[in-house]
Write a new protein. Sequence first.
Lengths: 240, 512
Amino acid sequence: MSSVYALLFIVATIVLVIGLTRKIVQYAKTPAPLKIPTTPAPVTQTGVVFRLFREVVLFESLFKSTKWTWIFSWMFHMGLFLVLLRHVRYFIDPVWLPIQLIQPFGKYAAFAMVAGLAGLLVRRIFVDRVRYISAPSDYLWLLILLTIGMSGAMMTFVIHTDVVAVKQFFIGFWTLSGGELPMDPILLIHLTLVAVLMILLPFSKLLHIPGVFFSPTRNQVDNPRERRHLVEWARKFEES
Amino acid sequence: MAGAEFETPELSEHIEVPELVEGTMEHITCFVAKPEHQTDLGFPGEKVENWKEVAIDKMGDLLSRYRSFQVFMDACVKCGSCTDKCHYFLGTQDPKNMPVGRQDLLRKVYRRYFTFAGKYFPKLVGAVDLSEEIIDDWYSYFHQCSQCRRCSVFCPYGIDTAEISMAAREILDSIGVGQKYCNEIIGKVHKIGNNLGLPGPAILDTLEGLEEDVYEEDEVAVKYPLDVKGADILLVTPSADFFAEPHVDGLIGYGKVFHEAGVSWTLSTKASEAGNFGMFIGSYENMRRVSLRIREAALELGVKRIVFGECGHAWRIAYSFLNTLAGPFDFLDPDYPVPQHICEFTLNEIEKGTLEFDKSENDDMSITFHDSCNVARASRMGDTPGGQFEIPRKVIKAVVNNYHDMEWDTIHERTFCCGGGGGLLTDDLMEVRVKGAKPRMSAFKNVMEEKGVTHLAAICAICKSQFTKVLPYYGMDMFQVVSVHQLVSNAIVLNRKTPPEEAPGYGEDDDD
């Protein structure tokens, strides 16, 4: 059984890395022929970095829009971020100091994550506008993430699994030295869904993760009068 | 269809997010372009036989050429942030007028043909095959978007429905189903030089008439020159400025400002249109062809600077795209930005102290300013972000005593579209235009009631025409719309007196 999971995670990692790389390459290679930042926009590259930082870390545009959606999604994403950082400890030995320091926050961040997801799910079901635009996959993602979050929190706070063995399994996985995964149902559910998420990510709306960095309305400098912006396919008109 | 009956929405004190009512605007279809309108622009004259294949190919082509389109198709998480931001949704309750609802009309086809999930699990991700019904939906609802970008302000990924509308319209054009209004107008610009199809002599006649009017009123010979070689400034302005009210009062104002600033300027027959509907249909090629007329005119006339008159989408193209489409402008004076907005020019003169105003001339009015969407969210004025909000307001405040802004969430980058932008300013879309104007009309009505505002000033030809048409639907008066440079024109004191021989008609025989 442990080898099935080892295989699953090998496949998941390969699919995630290759799938995501392909999309990032696609986004990077696709030209943006016109200057279309949503203005007011920064007039320098540094300004753009700050704008993207505010967008990615603070969800600035969402904050302007709807406070409820903002609070739920920010709780979820920041919770997930801390939880992920905390999980680094299962892949390295010795554990780096910053990861050790995060430990207590990372543990309780699971609650923020689950609460945020629950809020988003409630909103999706009860706000008629959001319900109208939801496909089955939109609910499914929330349920997958909720299950991952709740199963993880269960293992942290209620029914502990053999974390040392889990860590040995993953370090072994990485260093090709093998290891046995404890056969706890909650752990297996948790890991299965994480692998599913990794495999589906490059084919789903989770592409908003790389997408936000490539969004021309957010990542372009507002300087069209000062600098001529011309992409390759548009150049051919100039030659004819 | 034109002339169909519909109810004008009731205005509300605040922006109320309505409940969804499916299909309220499904019946909207604007006139389809005739074969000659299509072929003039390089599109098939009629719906092609293999339209499905052509449409999907075109979608693939656009996905590979526009990063915006590719990223926006993928990145939406259906968070709902945009759902209550579109004026057309707020005015019609139709969920397909929610920005994401509109995008999804295209996205569900994108997913079906271009994504793994949509190819193998269409039901799961809401992907569908392209069909006649979908083409009908595209034609209807992508002509209910004014490409105002309000949704893009509030989207956590900056997804801009304007980009998606442009792509959809380009796909429709490529299968031979274009919109009459836009495509016929673009054809006129290609052939004659402006949206209205005004030939050179008609423009000259109008300008001479303006010179006479101004002379009659002020006894100063303010010139409205056309095709003058060697002038310093080429003014490019929307052709509506040549005859429509209140547009023409703005043109009179530009002339007075140039006169007092003591600069030489000219209009051009060739570039007698600032507007460029090529953007509305998403066609880079057509937008470029229209833009090149301005470059050619500037070269032929040997001007040093280019200034744009009051026009919203024209200013977006001028500010954001002109350098790309028709640049480089290294033959112009490098001391000035290319191009400049007339408000930038006027404010600069005000700050230099060359202009004198008698604000009391505007005391019969109390003004509020409508930020035009393309100026507010797709361009800039001046050197700092947000100059597009401050500069027109500074100009207005320099010439009027009574000014009040509308509610904060309806101005600046949050401004509501007039309801007629993006190629919708046609009578066959009147229902969309009236209903879409609801949020802006509400905010205007409120500032009228709360602050005693009487007039709405705008810097966009489309906004001015649209408001003139829709204000009466909401029980207000069409003359409540004014041009910003109309206010300037009213207040400016003409100190540069002119010799009598410069007066219009001087030396001509008086036949009366």
